[in-house]
Design a binder for this molecule. Structure first.
Ligand code: SPD
Length: 423
């Protein structure tokens, strides 16, 4: 039966989940399938959905290849539609079977545009398939990273090259080259920091406690393996020692290799860097050992889960001197409403109602862009900055986000956040 094209609808089963969750591998395999079949590639667009799944399309002069993967089931659904007689979709099928490492595959073939059923137009020759299309069209790749919550997602377009990708005992550590925000670190598919907006988070999680505590000599950072918080902390002349406890050596390695502007202070003489479990460190730490404790954690899944527990924060409170300040990243009042509410209730229980203050930061690469930090005071200390030290810092260093007005304004909360915190 003569037709305009062949369409095969394909199922691949028993594929390794890590293969189906690797957007660049999927993209390359799909492009490879198109090439092997002799197709002319026009364009491609691929998305990774955090935590699982890739969707993508390769547009070819002869029609398209499309894929959707379910890593959690080891399953991929593919369709390949090719027009004309030059491109054989079964070549794509075989290439993808091998590239996706599928245990088995199956497909049904349909003839599309059966010629017998098509009206015979006198001028049909004038509308020949591919008539005015260039033989070698430029390929535009369009590859996207997506961090997805239940109902909200954040996507960033990237080059398709993953600069660093290793699975540590704790999490998958990746550095992706994005177009809008430069190099970006993700842990288990969640954005941690990017070259272009890292300063918001790092300046606000450090300068606020350092300029409000009367004499911040000893600082503990839990997490923070990219080095951004340390880089800002060592700008403060009152500092005598900063201990940073990062559980994952690969986070430090990736940052040193690919984010040197963030990982800029790892050799600082005041830094004691410990690659070990921060939860155990805090548990075994003597009372009143630090003036400031900063919890620069990932989100409350995987290795950071224990950093969102009552036991951990009890110890954090215990190891603070009086006066002392604990700062934590406290998730987003837009993206993780449940965690946000629970975590503030816990801080208030441990530190006291009037000792806990939420402040907001605007981080474009975190889902919703609205993120929060928690200021928890022990003893007589409040979030008001020491102006003299603030002026000294601001004249010595060109901060990109932090200034005196932002410091004050960050603590002014919109009503919807006040409501969340009071309910
Ligand atoms: N969803 C991101 C939450 C913040 C994670 N910490 C960022 C680490 C930067 N040092």
């Amino acid at each position: 039966m003569e037709s305009l094209g062949q369409h095969i609808i394909v199922e691949y089963y028993g594929c390794p989940p890590e293969v189906l969750n690797d957007v660049t591998h999927i993209e390359q395999t799909m492009l490879g399938a198109a090439k092997i079949a002799g197709a002319t590639i026009i364009n491609s667009t691929f998305h990774h959905f955090s935590p699982f799944g890739v969707s993508g399309v390769v547009v070819i002069q002869e029609s398209h290849l499309a894929i959707h993967t379910w890593p959690e089931y080891g399953y991929a659904s593919v369709d390949v539609f090719t027009c004309g007689s030059q491109v054989n979709p079964w070549d794509c099928y075989r290439h993808l079977l091998a590239g996706l490492k599928a245990a088995h595959g199956s497909a049904i073939e349909m003839s599309r545009g059966v010629l017998e059923l098509l009206p015979k137009l006198a001028e049909r020759e004038d509308y020949e398939t591919n008539r005015d299309r260039p033989a070698e069209a430029p390929v535009h790749r369009n590859v996207w990273f997506t961090e997805r919550g239940q109902d909200i997602a954040l996507s960033l377009r990237h080059t398709g090259e993953i600069l660093y990708k290793k699975q540590s005992p704790y999490q998958k550590v990746e550095i992706i080259d994005t177009f809008a925000y430069g190099k970006m670190m993700t842990l288990d598919g969640m954005v941690m920091t990017t070259d272009k907006d890292e300063y918001v988070y790092h300046e606000m999680i450090t300068h606020v406690p350092m300029l409000t505590h009367p004499n911040p000599k000893r600082v503990l950072i839990i997490g923070g393996g990219d080095g951004g918080a340390v880089r800002e902390i060592v700008r403060h002349p009152e500092l005598e020692k900063v201990v940073m406890v990062e559980i994952d050596a690969l986070v430090i390695e990736a940052a040193k290799e690919h984010l040197p502007a963030i990982a800029a202070a790892f050799d600082h003489p005041k830094l004691e860097l410990r690659v070990e479990d921060g939860i155990a460190y805090v548990k075994n730490c003597p009372d009143a050992a630090f003036d400031v404790v900063i919890v620069d954690s990932t989100d409350p899944v995987g290795p950071a889960e224990g950093l969102f527990t009552e036991e951990f924060y009890r110890h954090a409170h215990r190891i603070l001197k009086d006066p002392g300040v604990m700062i934590t990243q406290s998730e987003s009042p837009r993206f993780n409403v449940k965690v946000f509410k629970e975590i503030y209730a816990l801080y208030r229980k441990l530190f006291g109602n009037d000792k806990v203050h939420c402040y907001l930061i605007s981080v474009p690469t975190y889902p919703t862009g609205t993120w929060s930090l928690a200021y928890c005071a022990k003893g007589d200390v409040s979030p008001v900055a020491d102006e003299k030290r603030q002026n000294a810092l601001l004249s010595a260093h060109a901060t990109q986000y932090y200034n005196a007005e932002i410091h004050r304004a960050a603590f002014a909360l919109p009503n919807y956040v006040k409501t969340l915190l009071s309910s």
